[in-house]
Design a binder for this molecule. Structure first.
Ligand code: KIV
Length: 513
């Protein structure tokens, strides 16, 4: 049995479909390219049938990704499979991932089908998917609450019809490591044609056991793990990519497997997904939490000073975490800047380099010490591109003596617009001023501020989440050494995305009719 574990990332599908996590096309592309560079084997780019936006995202990602296999989810329906195949056409390597439930509970209450009917559907839909690609994954939704022998029959049917990967989802996060491991072993021992397919795991985290369950599965014969960055996903989330990968690498004595992930990219992806979605990980989150490598107690600090291996089972550098050491300042030149960003894993062309260097100098004029985190934010912002609405200036009056007012000047479609508006505090005044110039009917659902580095001159990173009257979610982000400016940038960013989304929707055939 091969010792390589296939890492299947579903941040852009299972992750993105969870509440508040929506990403726009540009953001999905950015994440997909970073996943590809990190060495993810399969990127589930979306669910092509779900919406025109999902279809476009899968198609764009399929056209851009160089190394990873690009995958689209599809229900066990002809239209879904055809739509997935269409979206995946530009891919160098594609996979269709089709699924149907196998548990009695789902068949009785949700699908209202007999077990025999489901077997026929599995056969027909997997065969249909195989007409489009040789790489077909079939999932048994709610596998962990399915009758084992029926599950084995369904898996055998899928493999006979041409499935090359069979996924055993713990859809409701019900399994524990011992029974999930035993289920995988049962499948490996009892499905007669199992040698013709890879067994895959997909573990939800409802009981906090997703990582443990995925690891138990590979010890019992599974060779693919489905996971997401920071463990985002339905309800309590999915298996965290960073946790399973670092467990495999750190406990190689127990998990004698390899995977293709360059772990030094983990931190960058974690920060990227946090910044795009506004879903910040808890400080004590394994691997990527702010405290994951912090040593507070005297005894631990003493040990660390003598030898880091006393209290550290993996190095911060192995996940791409650089100590918040001062790297650059306003006297740093192009050469130092170029070297440092290359060390941080950024490849930028000449024009993009000049633009980024200019922004770096602007930042260094305002902020004495520039840390790696500042550079990462700056380069990720450059990659996102400028908003079509620009913040020309913002002047705030605030403090103990009200009223708090915001005097704002925005450039909208090349024209400068100014307004002065009051509010309950500087951020409220700023948002009121922006809404006066860019009227909209979305509701503010989240306003979140965090500091990118330590110190009172740290840049603030702000996330703003809006909800449209028809329930669509848009996240905007902004960063600046001035928290109110960062807030204004985040709000403008969210409103620009809202306008782009509305323009795209107005071009759709259904909207025109
Ligand atoms: O949780 C689940 O069962 C799924 C499948 C579609 C893989 O997301």
């Amino acid at each position: 049995m091969a010792n390589n574990i296939i890492i299947f990332d579903t941040t852009l599908r299972d992750g993105e479909q969870s509440p508040g996590m929506s990403m726009n096309l540009e953001e999905k592309l950015m994440v997909a390219e970073a996943l590809d560079t990190m060495g993810v084997d399969v990127i589930e780019a979306g669910f092509a049938m779900a919406s025109v936006g999902d279809f476009e995202a899968v198609r764009e990602i399929a056209g851009k990704i160089k190394n990873s296999v690009v995958c689209s989810l599809a229900r066990a329906k002809t239209a879904d499979i055809e739509r997935a195949a269409e979206a995946l056409k530009p891919a160098k390597q594609s996979r269709i991932h089709t699924f149907i439930s196998t548990s009695d509970i789902h068949l009785k209450y949700q699908f209202r089908m007999t077990k025999e009917e489901v077997l026929v559907i599995i056969n027909d839909t997997v065969k249909l998917a195989r007409n489009y690609t040789d790489n077909v994954e079939w999932s048994a939704m709610d596998a962990t609450r399915s009758d084992r022998d029926y599950l084995c029959k369904a898996i055998e049917t899928a493999i006979r019809a041409g499935a090359t990967t069979v996924n055993i989802p713990d859809t409701v996060g019900y399994a524990t490591p011992s029974d999930y491991g035993a289920l995988i072993k049962y499948i490996a021992d009892n499905v007669p044609n199992i040698d013709k397919a890879v067994i895959s795991t997909h573990c939800q985290n409802d009981l906090g056991l997703a990582t443990a369950n995925s690891l138990a599965a590979i010890q019992n014969g599974a060779r693919q793990i489905e996971c997401t960055i920071n463990g985002i996903g339905e309800r309590a989330g999915n298996t965290a990519l960073e946790e399973v990968v670092m467990a495999i690498k750190t406990r190689h004595d127990l998990f004698k497997f390899d995977c293709n992930i360059d772990t030094t990219h983990i931190m960058r992806l974690s920060r990227m997904v946090q910044s795009i979605t506004g879903a910040h990980v808890q400080v004590n989150k394994a691997i990527v939490g702010a405290n994951a490598f912090a040593h507070e107690s005297g005894i631990h600090q003493d040990g660390m000073l003598k030898n880091a291996s006393t209290y550290e089972i993996m190095t911060p550098e192995s996940i791409g975490l650089t100590k918040s050491s001062l790297v650059l300042g306003k006297h740093s030149g192009r050469h130092a800047f170029r070297e440092r960003i290359a060390e941080l894993g950024f490849e930028v062309g000449d024009n993009a380099f000049e633009e980024a260097f200019h922004r770096f100098k602007e930042l260094a004029d305002k902020k004495k010490d520039i840390y790696d985190e500042d550079l990462i934010t700056l380069l990720d912002n450059e990659a996102k591109g400028a908003d079509p609405i620009a913040l020309e200036s913002l002047h705030i009056t605030c403090g103990t003596i009200g009223p708090q007012t915001a005097m704002i000047c925005l450039r909208i479609n090349g024209e400068v617009h100014r307004v002065t508006v009051e509010g309950n505090g500087p951020v409220d005044a700023t948002f009121n001023a922006i809404t006066t110039l860019i009227p909209h009917s979305a509701k503010l659902k989240l306003y979140l501020v965090s500091a990118i580095t330590q110190g009172t001159d740290a840049q603030a990173e702000v996330t703003v989440r809006l909800e449209t009257p028809d329930g669509k979610i848009i996240n905007g982000t902004g960063s600046s050494i001035d928290t109110v400016v960062a807030s204004a940038l985040a709000y403008i960013n969210a409103l620009c995305k809202l306008k782009t989304m509305q323009q795209r929707e107005s071009l759709l055939p259904a909207a025109k009719a």
